[in-house]
Design a protein. Structure first.
Length: 631
């Protein structure tokens, strides 16, 4: 990864948007629960076809226009836990007050200026993820900030939004969505473009995520938080990369996008030097492929399709130039073509291939009057789609002559990105007339209690309880942090032992396939109380918790008895130790006191593990070995 100074020299400008699901009892504009369902539980389906709407000024958003390049049918799965609001068959209810409260708490934590009135807007979205054709969003605060290692980063706005429906299946021109997720409250946090490097972007995202989790009122798990990253470099353009779900991926996403824009600018300069030109004539070259051996083209022609081709003057060798790991300029043209519903494109930098011969390529070049320095791009599909695809290819090729196009891109798992749609404009937003504004009284805002931030709690745990940093961080972020403090304070137990009991052992049990859902706070406390009272050795905690998890009807004491973990007193320990040392007397004499201690401890603990404290056993074993060697 290049140094921060390298990105400064590129003129990197970066900001991020965090979208976090809130853990509320109900959705943002109806009373339905915010639980995710199995699509097999759906009891009803319906479908819609969506069209863009004009703004109050009569404009149509450019991003929405591109969504209708292909007419798609959207199928929605509903449940007994969804209602007519999600189906857009009933007006929305008032803004969820619980979601607003959480949003205001987050706003205070970020030192935001909170709005006196919260107004809900409609944001046009016609990709099918909202049955209504728009997403409802409510601005609640602005002008905040956080401190970072590279200076202050401004927080421009915080909004409440409704989560989109989730895609279940894509089958050609049909997209199946599930309505269980639609309407779950989201908080959207948008930073200023103050981020100076990829590592700084990761730091900012981590801190914002930490602040959100510190409220204890956000959902956890994959898909519940998403980051969108906005990136540009000097002479480049603002590009929004959506859907980054892994914190560790943000750094790569920013670095790769900065490099992509740098390479696109180099390509622009090369094209300019060549006097490159995009020829607008689209040629029908279907006859050339009448007897082709290409399976892709034959399949398209069999469906009644056509093969169309265009000439890109001066582009030779540049469509195959890599601008992201594993992705080339040709991939950018292909992404645009796919929006028209085709499977992809062929271009001369990668041909002959896919069953297309040199002879066929040469015939296409002659039909287009393409010279040695020109590229040829082809597409095989139903004619209307092929024509739309060629139009998109020509537009993207023309943008290559200018440099970096403004656009919205989708994050890919390896840290690269692909085209989604143009950046939306101001025509995308208009007022929501069905939801009344909410007055936000200063007295109400002042009354909201702020949580202790995880980072602050971890620092306190590290100092107050002398925990190692990793233990302090683990416990600070745990939902059982208060139980940790109670056990250490009231039961006089080792802080490290309590951390292991509440966090590490349960994870180990889960890894072994044990369901720990039955281990509630009360049951953890009962288990720790047995240790504090001397009825259970700390070594017996894993087996005890496993027994309690598998037998929820048993109390901690009953589970300890069932597992054979009831404590052995001092006399019992001495008896077991003496017997085992006597059995292994020859071994002890051969090895000597120091060398024999470890193996003998293993034998004794095999019998006493969980029934007696390890320190007590070790002391008794040392005495017994010493006596044996002294005789």
């Amino acid at each position: 990864m290049p140094e921060s100074s390298d990105f400064a020299s590129l003129g990197l400008v970066c900001g991020i948007e965090i979208h976090q699901q809130l853990d509320t009892a109900a959705k943002l504009f109806c009373g339905c629960p915010t639980s995710i369902r199995d699509v097999g539980e759906s009891d009803h389906q319906f479908f819609r076809r969506l069209r863009p709407a004009r703004s109050e000024l009569g404009e149509i958003d450019r991003a929405a226009l591109e969504e209708v390049l292909v007419s798609r049918k959207f199928i929605y799965c509903s449940y007994d836990s969804t209602c007519l609001v999600e189906a857009d068959e009933e007006p929305p209810s008032e803004l969820n007050p619980e979601a607003l409260e959480i949003g205001l708490v987050v706003s205070k934590l970020l030192s935001m200026q909170i709005a006196d009135e919260v107004h809900t807007m409609r944001k046009i979205v016609i990709d099918g993820s909202n049955t209504s054709g728009f997403q409802r969003t409510a601005y609640i605060a602005s002008h905040g900030g956080i401190e970072t290692s590279s200076g202050r980063v401004g927080i421009d706005t915080i909004c409440l939004e409704e989560e989109a429906a989730r895609i279940v299946e894509v089958r050609g021109d049909e997209v199946v969505y599930s309505l269980d997720r639609l309407g779950i409250p989201l908080v959207e946090i948008c930073t200023s473009p103050d981020i100076v490097s990829p590592s700084h972007a990761r730091e900012v995202a981590r801190r914002l995520g930490m602040i959100l989790r510190s409220t204890g009122r956000v959902k956890r798990g994959l898909g519940t938080i998403r980051q969108d990253v906005n990136v540009s470099i000097r002479d480049g353009a603002r590009v929004e990369i959506k859907g980054v779900q892994e914190l560790n991926l943000i750094e790569t996403i920013v670095a790769v996008e900065a490099r992509r824009q740098q390479l696109l600018l180099e390509i622009k300069d090369e094209l300019k030097g060549r006097g490159a030109r995009v020829h607008r004539r689209v040629a029908d070259v279907t006859e050339i492929f009448a007897g082709t051996g290409s399976k892709v083209i034959k399949a398209a022609l069999k469906r009644g399709g056509a093969v169309l081709a265009v000439r890109l003057g001066g582009f030779a060798g540049l469509l195959g130039k890599e601008i992201q790991p594993g992705r080339r300029l040709g991939s950018e043209l292909s992404d645009r073509a796919k929006r028209a519903g085709v499977g992809g494109i062929f271009h001369s930098d990668e041909l002959p291939a896919y069953g297309i011969t040199d002879e066929e390529v040469e015939m296409v070049r002659r039909s287009l009057e393409a010279g040695e320095g020109d590229s040829v791009v082809m597409v095989a599909a139903l004619r209307d789609r092929a024509e739309a695809a060629m139009k998109a290819v020509l537009e993207r090729a023309q943008e290559a002559l200018i440099g970096v196009p403004e656009e919205t891109r989708r994050a890919l798992p390896e840290g690269t990105s692909e085209y989604m749609r143009p950046l939306p404009g101001s025509a995308r937003m208009y007022p929501e007339t069905d939801v009344p504004p909410v007055l936000v009284a200063p007295e109400y805002v002042a009354s909201l209690d702020l949580p202790e931030l995880f980072d602050e709690r971890a620092a306190r745990f590290e100092e107050e309880y002398r925990l190692r940093r990793e233990f302090a961080t683990l416990m600070a972020e745990s939902p059982y942090f208060h139980l940790f403090e109670e056990a250490v304070r009231d039961l006089s137990l080792s802080p490290a032992l309590v951390v292991r009991t509440l966090e590490m052992i349960p994870r180990e049990l889960e890894g072994d396939g044990v369901s720990i859902s039955n281990l509630t706070e009360d049951r953890y406390l009962d288990a720790l109380s047995l240790v504090a009272g001397g009825s259970l050795a700390k070594e017996g905690i894993p087996q005890l918790l496993e027994t309690m998890a598998k037998n929820p009807e048993l109390s901690a004491a009953q589970a300890a008895k069932a597992a054979g973990l009831l404590g052995v007193d001092q006399g019992g320990v001495e008896e077991v130790v003496a017997r085992i040392v006597a059995e292994k007397e020859a071994f002890v004499r051969e090895r000597g006191e120091e060398a024999a201690l470890g193996p003998m401890m293993g034998l004794v603990m095999k019998e006493l593990r969980g029934k007696a404290d390890g320190a007590l056993v070790s002391a008794a074993l040392k005495r017994a070995i010493h006596r044996t060697l002294s005789d």
